[in-house]
Design a protein around this ligand. Structure first.
Ligand SMILES: [Fe+2]
Length: 170
């Protein structure tokens, strides 16, 4: 059995990860409407990864005999107008998620819950990659977004992203 605070934070994080999936699906829908199917694909894959994160946390809780409580998922309430909006909002969101993961890690550290710390190591690293990816997308859009041909090529590049199952196995 896990420490109550740590288990509670992980359970809350399940909801946050599903919210992330929901948010990125909203971004994908925005880009579909804009005719940028590559960007839409990129965020659909991202949404799948977020669902994986939630599922990994559920499995970890269950492996430790903790009951999982699913709460309602908030509506994505971010206003999207410009092509850059999802990219900037996505970056800010990933920075926020990083802070959440670090909070759980700190709580586990506090009670010497080494098992949860080890579990979360993967997520700490993953968040680093998510922030880099999000920031790279912004830079690319800043460089190429205003030129139609370049935007077409960037959209094609993002259309090539393929979903892969998470490298973490429990
Ligand atoms: Fe995530």
């Amino acid at each position: 059995m896990l420490n109550e605070t740590v288990a509670g934070l992980l359970n809350t994080q399940v909801n946050k990860e599903f919210y992330s999936a929901y948010l990125y699906l909203d971004f994908a829908n925005f880009y579909e409407d804009e005719g940028l199917k590559g960007f839409a694909n990129w965020y659909r894959v991202q949404a799948q990864e977020e669902r994986d994160h939630a599922m990994l946390m559920i499995q970890y809780l269950q492996n430790n005999d903790c009951k999982v409580v699913l709460e309602s998922i908030d509506k994505p309430n971010i206003e999207l107008n410009q092509k850059m909006d999802p990219l900037k909002q996505g970056y800010a969101h990933e920075q926020y998620v990083t802070s959440l993961i670090h909070n759980i890690y700190a709580a586990a550290y506090e009670v010497k819950d080494f098992r949860t710390m080890q579990f979360l190591d993967w997520f700490v690293k993953e968040q680093g990659e998510e922030e880099t990816n999000a920031s790279d997308l912004i830079k690319k859009m800043e460089l190429f977004g205003d030129d139609a041909k370049s935007l077409y090529m960037l959209d094609s590049e993002l259309g090539g992203r393929v979903y892969a199952a998470p490298s973490l196995v429990l």
